[in-house]
Design a protein around this ligand. Structure first.
Ligand code: HC0
Length: 589
């Protein structure tokens, strides 16, 4: 242990801890604009400068490890004056039209400028002297260089966390800027739309493209019937953006709020998450049969999940030769969209033309997914508008709703029912756990041999997880699987996805089924989730998801009565004709 004093408080921390981390341990907040717990040390913004007794240099606390006997002051006159100047400099490079900015009230630079009362007497405003570009071609992300303070959180996110490198540092010195490949629009480069950069940007330089006004217009349109679906991971994070602590389950309040906002049908993506398990699970079993019994070499194993659109875009760019390994099942969001404008429209006797389908997602890539040309099997755009968790919170604020005091409500009765298996889709490993709960039972007629259905090897935040389930005494139809050890792998974050795919490519692993989610922690850590998202917050959201699962009366997708009903009334059978038309697709390079 290393012992030091920070602002005269004794602190004892592990060797290698930085001054910033040590201060946080004793609840001293040192401001920073470039540090983020998910990312490596950068020391770019210099806002976190502190003074060390006996030294005339100020130290960047995010980059400086503690040493024995150090005496640190985080708030001396020298520190305050330097910090204020740095903030003034950053503001002079930043288009500070705060009242018009999407991040107004949520901008870390604005907050510091306000705390340090920078006023009018700072440095010359450099913004008018620069050539500025706003890239708003992408359906998901807007990049506005005039708001950028060059902290490089986004660059480190894209590079280290996601291994994409769509954002890089270009030029040097005063010309240095955050750029994409050849300064092309984000839409044209390898960006996966995951929005992890948006989640970490301290200012309004990277934001989601918002569709709030379009949704308000649809709600207020006399003739339109607006259907909303909510993703698994929204219900355990929305509260954070509305003043509640991380890890609160707010499903019932969210449903109440959506009704008050004026949505005509309040439904659940979890319903189609259950449906995905039936379709994807059957697809896996069919693939296994074709490979193991028929020796069909055109059929690819391992099969990978397809529900994370950031992952699908990643594999299209990075491992296109493995596109046939991706499940043909559409994501629950898109299955929901195509059913909303076909089956559901008919059921509620509304013309498909008059249905507006809105989804609330923890994800910015879902905006891109909804825009893909493959996603129009209803004859219309299956999902018209995608809002992030943050946008829904903003809508609730705009409507003057006191979220905390709302009563708990239930989803509408058709396409609103779901199992615990569907809820856990929102956490890394959740799709795999849900699939195994169903697939094992379909094949053997018995429940998975894990305590209380909790398949713990695929749970948790470990980067890459593996689990094997041995199939013994299957039902006669599945006798070819007798003794087969079903090998599965789960990865979250695209740098881990890359590791898994490289291992597959090199023949080092022989998985049957791989779950990949583009974002750290799975959707609960999505780019559209409340800011901040940190490892500790992801952990709390994850615990909330598994709590929600354990409280559900139905915990297996194949037992969802509405899923059984839709097969009986409409789809007839998994992988049948209607399913192929509406619920499956094929991704091409
Ligand atoms: Fe997810 Fe999904 S679990 S991708 O993370 O499969 O965004 O929450 O909605 O579609 O259900 C996101 C979350 C979803 C989809 C579901 C899947």
């Amino acid at each position: 242990k290393v012992n030091l004093r920070i602002d005269n408080i004794a602190v004892s921390v592990e060797e290698g801890t930085t001054i910033l981390e040590a201060a946080r341990k004793v609840n001293i907040r040192i401001p920073t604009l470039c540090h983020h717990e998910d990312l490596c040390v950068a020391g770019n913004c210099r806002v976190c400068m502190v003074e060390q007794k006996g030294s005339d240099r100020l130290l960047p606390s995010c980059a400086m490890p503690v040493s024995e006997g150090m005496e640190i002051q985080t708030n001396s006159l020298k520190v305050r004056s330097a910090r204020k100047q740095i903030i003034e400099l950053l503001v002079s490079e930043h288009r500070a039209d705060c009242t018009r900015c999407y991040k107004n009230g949520k901008c870390e630079l604005q907050e510091l400028a306000s705390e340090y009362i920078i006023g009018e007497n700072g440095f010359i405003d450099l913004v008018p002297l620069k050539v500025l570009t706003i890239d708003n071609f992408s359906p998901s992300i807007i990049k506005d260089d005039s708001k950028c303070i060059r902290c490089q959180r986004c660059v480190r996110t894209c590079d280290q966390l996601q291994n994409i490198g769509a954002l890089t540092v270009a030029y040097k010195g005063k010309d240095m800027k955050i750029s994409s490949f050849y300064e092309k629009p984000m839409y044209e480069v390898v960006c996966t739309n995951c929005g992890q950069c948006v989640n970490r940007c301290p200012t309004g330089a990277l934001t989601e493209k918002t569709y709030l006004e379009q949704v308000w217009s649809a709600i207020n349109h006399e003739k339109k019937h607006v259907v909303v679906q909510t993703a698994p991971a929204v219900r355990i994070a929305l509260g954070e953006a509305l003043g509640m602590p991380a890890g609160e389950i707010v499903t019932g309040k969210m449903v109440s709020a959506l009704r008050r906002l004026g949505f005509d049908s309040v439904l659940d993506t979890d319903f189609t998450a259950d449906l995905t398990i039936i379709e994807e699970g059957n697809e896996l079993l069919q693939r296994l049969k074709k490979v193991l019994v028929d020796g069909d070499k055109s059929v690819k194993i391992p099969m990978t999940t397809s529900c994370s659109p950031g992952w699908v875009k990643f594999i299209e760019h990075t491992f296109p030769e493995y596109l046939d390994n991706v499940s043909t099942a559409k994501s629950p969001q898109q299955m929901f969209g195509s059913l909303a404008k076909t089956y559901y429209a008919k059921k509620i006797e509304v013309e498909a033309d008059d249905i507006v389908s809105v989804s609330v997602m923890p994800c910015t890539a879902k905006k891109y997914e909804a825009d893909r040309p493959e996603m129009r099997s209803s004859g219309y755009k299956d999902v018209d508008f995608v809002l992030t968790t943050r946008e829904l919170a903003l809508m609730i604020k705009q409507a003057g709703i006191d979220f905390a005091s709302l009563p708990e409500d239930e989803y509408d009765s058709f396409m609103g029912e779901s199992s615990g298996a569907a809820v856990i889709f929102g956490a890394t490993g959740g799709v795999m756990e849900a699939a195994l709960r169903t697939a094992y039972e379909v094949v053997t007629g018995r429940e998975v041999p894990f305590d209380d259905l909790n398949i713990t090897p695929v749970r948790g935040m470990e980067e890459i997880k593996e689990a094997a389930v041995k199939i013994e005494n299957p039902l006669p139809e599945w006798s070819f699987l007798d003794g087969v050890e079903l090998k599965t792998c789960v990865a979250h974050g695209l740098s881990n996805a890359k590791k898994v795919m490289e291992a597959v490519k090199e023949g080092k692993v022989d998985y049957h089924f791989i779950e990949i989610m583009a974002c750290p922690g799975g959707c609960l850590g999505g780019g559209g989730q409340p800011i901040p998202t940190s490892p500790a917050i992801r952990e709390k959201r994850s615990q909330a998801i598994y709590r929600e699962d354990s409280m559900k009366p139905i915990r297996k997708s194949h037992e969802n009565p509405e899923v059984l009903q839709i097969y009986e009334e409409f789809l007839k059978k998994p992988l049948g004709e209607k399913s192929h038309e509406l619920l499956h697709t094929h991704y091409t390079e």
